[in-house]
Design a binder for this molecule. Structure first.
Ligand SMILES: [Zn+2]
Length: 121
């Protein structure tokens, strides 16, 4: 659930239900535009390192992918919007790790449609 938004966020609003992919992309660099968001050229300040993720050594200054609250850079690009309400909460929990990585990689941009795929049983 989005609890607060910064001045650069335009697509999301407080109260939106979202999933947070663990890798971080800017959405506008050459690699992100080509769908290689795990090798984003902007989000990792370490010289020679492309790509970033929450809570991984050498993957940028982004703490805790499993924290209760998370600051999400480039939120309009990185957060996957879920349907409003509380239905399927346990199912969507599965989307908070590797599954949503597919969203940004397949051209999911601010304002674009979203698709949530069911996980295999
Ligand atoms: Zn990028």
């Amino acid at each position: 659930m989005v609890e607060e938004i910064g001045p650069g966020v335009s697509r999301l609003k407080v109260g939106d239900r979202v999933s947070v992919p663990f890798n971080i992309g800017c959405g506008t660099c050459r690699n992100c535009i080509h769908g290689w968001t795990s090798f984003c050229l902007r989000v990792n300040p370490i010289e020679g390192m492309d790509g970033a993720a929450y809570g991984y050594a050498n993957m940028g200054p982004y703490d805790g992918g499993q924290a209760e609250l998370l600051r999400v850079p480039y939120a309009d690009f990185n957060l996957l919007t879920l349907p409003a309400g509380s239905e399927h909460e346990n199912d969507f929990t599965m989307l908070s790790d590797i599954f949503p990585t597919e969203g940004p990689a397949h051209g999911d941009r601010p304002g674009a449609g979203q698709a949530v795929q069911p996980a295999a049983a």
